[in-house]
Design a protein around this ligand. Structure first.
Ligand code: ADP
Length: 396
């Protein structure tokens, strides 16, 4: 048996499976224009309330929005949106989000648990795996915004999320006006800096109380704390949302207060927060357009070096390259066979980039060559067996 034959019979390695998952995750994230990670230094400050209402408000403003609840400690989005009884459709490798309307889809870790209390017993690696799988498997399609309700604090879970969502992400920090919260915000800000995660700004929630009868505002905890903190940290204060019984009533009823034109104080304040976030898109990195935003559909091109119709073990010495194009649903739409230029370091990555390749599937490849492909925006999958392009793309 030749080396090539034995390779062909070998099962795909764990490493290949891991790389394929990584690519799938990247691909999902590439279809999302902006990822807004709603963070807070601690629980109970209104992070989920802000995330849910922000997502609803953006969808009402005509944006295509996905709301992802990965608060493994206590996913509350299903309750806030009245979705607890909705069944989630799961097929292998795919979780279909709940489509609330044309512009708005929701997925929550809480919808996958029989018992919401299960969430708190997950340990670190399990949580990381769940978060990763969630981001990889939820099929959103193309979105303008993904609003993420992250676990509170600055621990491993928000860290995993910030790292997994990739580029075009930015944080919104939710806090309350007390002094103690200010140190939480500082921690959140340092956390974002370490991760190079741009911060859209701070939302001060439960900020004062507006009398429903006379409209007079009373600063119950403290006045001006939010502005002073935002100034000190050099961040925009996106808005101050007052304590408003309507927020609790609408949250308990599973009907977000921004869903209908509401004139109570929290809803008005929230509208300003949303306008400030939309206006900030041009200022933060998260304002960058998704790679596919202006395209009707996104097709991916996968390059495969061939010898005798199957993957060539030495990509630099292959007879041909197959360039397989897949559509948004991962169906193969075309296959083109190309004769590559003579092999010299750096030539193939640049040439495949010109051909529009997004991914190269190879058997083995040295680190230097992998770097050259990456520099040309081509993702490298190595360790693949000697199969036909169709089989490899199918597995990919
Ligand atoms: P977190 O996600 O930070 O744990 P939640 O969004 O679950 O916080 O909010 C905690 C509680 O505070 C909920 O009962 C919610 O209805 C209430 N709440 C949040 N914001 C306000 C507000 N502006 N006015 C009154 N109650 C609020």
């Amino acid at each position: 048996m030749t080396a090539e034959q034995s390779y062909a019979q070998a099962p795909a390695t764990d490493e290949v499976a891991r790389q394929m998952e990584e690519l799938m995750l990247q691909e999902r994230m590439r279809n999302i224009g902006r990822k807004l990670l709603v963070l807070s230094g601690k629980g109970g400050v209104g992070k989920s309330t802000v995330a849910a209402n922000l997502a609803v408000a953006l969808a009402r403003a005509g944006k295509k929005v996905g709301l992802l609840d990965v608060d493994v400690h206590g996913p509350s989005i299903p309750k806030l949106l009245g979705l607890e009884k909705r069944k989630v459709e799961i097929v292998p490798g795919k979780i279909l989000p709940i489509k609330v309307d044309e512009n708005f889809s929701v997925m929550s870790i809480g919808l996958l648990l029989d018992n919401l209390d299960d969430a708190v017993i997950w340990r670190g690696p399990r949580k990381y795996g769940v978060i990763r799988q969630f981001l990889k498997d939820v099929v959103w399609g193309r979105l303008d915004y993904m609003v993420v309700d992250s676990p509170p604090g600055t621990g491993d879970e928000p860290l995993s999320i910030a790292q997994l969502v990739g580029s075009h992400a930015a944080a919104i920090i939710v806090t309350t006006p007390q002094d103690l919260s200010i140190s939480d915000v500082r921690r959140c800000v340092s956390f974002c800096k370490v991760l190079s995660l741009p911060i859209v700004g701070i939302v001060e929630n439960m900020s004062g109380y507006v009398c429903p009868n006379c409209g007079q505002r009373s600063d119950i905890f403290k006045a001006g704390g939010g502005e002073a903190m935002a100034d000190e940290l050099g961040l925009p204060l996106l808005g101050r949302i007052p304590i408003d019984p309507q927020v609790v009533i609408s949250g308990d009823a599973g009907a977000p207060f921004t869903a209908k034109a509401a004139d109570f104080p929290a809803a008005q304040a929230f509208e300003r927060v949303m306008q400030n976030i939309l206006a900030s898109d041009d200022r933060t990195d998260c304002g960058a357009k998704s790679e596919h935003e202006n395209k009707e559909t996104y097709n991916m091109k996968i390059a495969i070096p061939l010898a005798g119709g199957c993957l060539c073990m030495h990509f630099g010495h292959c007879e041909q390259f197959a360039l397989v194009e897949t559509d948004e649903r991962n169906n193969i739409v075309s296959k083109t066979l190309l004769i590559p230029p003579a092999h010299e370091p750096g030539v193939l990555p640049a040439w495949l980039h010109e051909q529009g390749a997004d991914v190269i599937i190879a058997a083995g490849m040295g680190m230097r060559a992998q770097q050259l492909f990456t520099q040309n925006n081509i993702t490298v999958v190595v360790g693949a067996p000697a199969r036909t392009p169709e089989q490899l793309v199918e597995e990919y």
